[in-house]
Write a protein of this length. Structure first.
Length: 563
């Protein structure tokens, strides 16, 4: 039981009722009470604007005004529960009081100390329960911040206020960079602790009038109201970005986490509340694409880009079924003889009659949508069928190389590869799967398991873009690498940088020592080819030798080469 007395406000135009209520309250058994009195509607409204009593007892009749009118007008001012008192009974008055938001309704002639104490205790507890439920409905349980529901309500209120006051509203959309890495490496408990610490830092650097909300996952938003200039929003955003400079301590370990921040302003960027959130989200996504850990303003072209991406997503889901995908093939040349020994299958997407979408644009989208396993199976099956066709026409090719995404490499993928090899009657040694150094380092354990299964039956493994990552040398030890493809940037710099020449010669020597076949990518000039030949590099591909081409053109090229 609380030691402080209950604070009760009686609103009644009859002072005798005040004396009577004081007498009743003096006989409360569980807790003492102090009663204040207001005899007018206006006085009560003013009192409730400055104080929050534990309970308000209000007479149904207040001269020319109604006690329920006071209840309705006072609700935005305070959270005190109301008990309506009346001199007469009646279910109509009872129902009207409860519909207006009263916690209880008492007939004056039936009141005694026990009834009044029980009604007050019930009203207070009911209001506490309502507050708890409202908090659960409006606030994020993990961080204590406003949730999505309350965020939309606050944003709408700020926009209405800005319309009346002629000010601006800033919206800041924040997403943690590489949050999944924290969850995967330290566990979900550490991830939850990180979110709580982020919430605390955001609350400290935001203004008192701002709303900080968590939309879900690692996404946070700040509603910045009453902005006299959009530059004020950027100042807040920079403070938020700076709040991530100090490391986070999680379960005794230190984690350095940054954030990508999108920023938009009402009404400069849009007058629509839904569009404002979308703009901030697009700006945040642009910040991530630009390298993360930065603040990005919304720009109109971001919406155009997002519309194109959505169109690409919808079309991409049906591209394979509609026959929009095609494979082009780039020959790999044996430098010593100039003969085509192998080919690399390259995926193309004909978006419409005049547009070929580059793989760099649609493959990341396919990965995000989880479409790569299906697309990868189509590529593999089509490439092996085309290889079988070329061989049936008498063209000698050692193998065909197919690019594989790291999201595909699983035990199920390995089983699928072996099944397609059997269907097309292609020897496993005729297939080469290419992955980049980044792919190898993303999930080394899972990658090693999936690749070992197909390598054991004879499929060749190629490390593409060698030299662009930080652990390429380790990949040569940790994985069953048969082929190394030297990245084009080393070939590009051959004529201008002696260090590039020494690097290429060193890689040639390394591959000879390890028994790994080397293919130089991006050969575009005669001088580059001459150097590779002098360095004893065995294989090359590039625009100087042959551009990617459809199957029919490749067949003609192979025929001419043989002749």
């Amino acid at each position: 039981m609380s030691s402080s007395p209950l604070q009760i406000l009686l609103v009644d135009d009859d002072e005798d009722e005040f004396v009577l209520v004081q007498r009743y309250c003096s006989r409360f058994a569980a807790r003492s009470a102090e009663v204040s009195w207001c005899g007018t509607f206006e006085g009560a409204l003013a009192a409730l604007a400055s104080t929050t009593p534990d309970v308000v007892l209000v007479d149904y009749r207040l001269g020319g005004r109604n006690g329920l009118d006071l209840l309705r007008e006072a609700t935005p001012l305070c959270r005190s529960p109301f008990i309506v008192l009346t001199g007469q009974g009646g279910h109509e008055v009872d129902l009207e009081a409860m519909q207006a938001g009263a916690s209880d309704y008492l007939v004056k002639s039936e009141i005694n100390p026990g009834i009044l104490e029980r009604a007050i205790r019930y009203a207070i507890e009911r209001r506490r329960t309502e507050d708890r439920l409202n908090h659960l409905a409006m606030y994020d349980t993990l961080t204590g911040l406003a949730n999505r529901v309350l965020f939309h309500d606050r944003l709408g209120r700020e926009i209405l206020h800005a319309q009346r006051a002629g000010t601006s509203v800033g919206l800041l959309f924040l997403d943690l960079d590489r949050f999944k890495t924290v969850n995967d490496s330290l566990g979900h408990g550490a991830g939850d602790e990180l979110l709580r610490q982020v919430a605390a830092r955001l609350s400290r650097v935001s203004r008192r009038t701002d709303t900080v909300a968590r939309l879900g996952g690692d996404e946070f938003v700040l509603v910045l109201g009453e902005l006299k200039s959009p530059t004020l929003a950027e100042e807040v955003a920079e403070r938020v970005k700076a709040a991530f400079e100090a490391p986070f301590e999680l379960d005794g370990k230190v984690a350095h986490v940054t954030a990508s921040i999108g920023l938009t302003v009402y009404p400069r960027d849009t007058s629509d509340q839904t569009a404002l959130l979308r703009n901030a989200d697009l700006a945040m996504y642009s910040a991530k694409q630009s390298g993360r850990n930065r603040v990005q303003w919304f720009r109109a072209e971001l919406a155009v880009r997002a519309s194109r991406r959505l169109d690409l997503e919808n079309r991409l889901r049906h591209a394979a079924r509609n026959g929009e995908f095609a494979l082009h093939y780039q020959p790999q040349i044996e430098i010593a003889t100039g003969r085509i020994r192998s080919i690399e299958a390259l995926l193309r997407w004909r978006f419409d009659r005049d547009t070929l979408v580059p793989p760099s644009e649609f493959l990341p989208i396919a990965e995000d949508l989880g479409l790569m396993p299906d697309i990868g199976q189509w590529v593999l099956r089509t490439a092996l069928k085309d290889l079988a066709t070329l061989r049936a026409d008498g063209h000698e090719l050692h193998h065909i190389a197919v690019n594989v995404s790291r999201t595909e490499v699983t035990n199920e993928w390995a089983q699928s590869v072996k099944k397609i090899l059997a269907e097309t009657r292609i020897r496993p040694s005729s297939l080469e799967v290419e992955l980049t150094e980044t792919d190898f380092s993303a999930d080394p354990v899972g990658m090693r398991t999936g690749l070992a299964e197909i390598h054991d039956v004879g499929v060749r493994i190629a490390l593409d873009d060698f030299g662009t990552g930080y652990s390429s040398m380790a990949s040569l030890i940790d994985f069953p690498i048969d082929v190394l493809k030297l990245d084009r940037r080393f070939i590009r710099d051959l004529s201008a940088d002696r260090r590039a020449e020494r690097m290429v010669q060193g890689v040639v020597n390394l591959c000879e020592g390890l028994g790994i076949q080397l293919v130089a990518e991006g050969v575009e000039t005669d001088s580059q080819l001459e150097f590779l030949s002098a360095a004893n590099c065995p294989m090359a591909q590039g625009y100087l030798l042959a551009r990617p081409m459809p199957l029919s053109a490749l067949a003609e090229r192979l025929k001419a080469s043989a002749e």
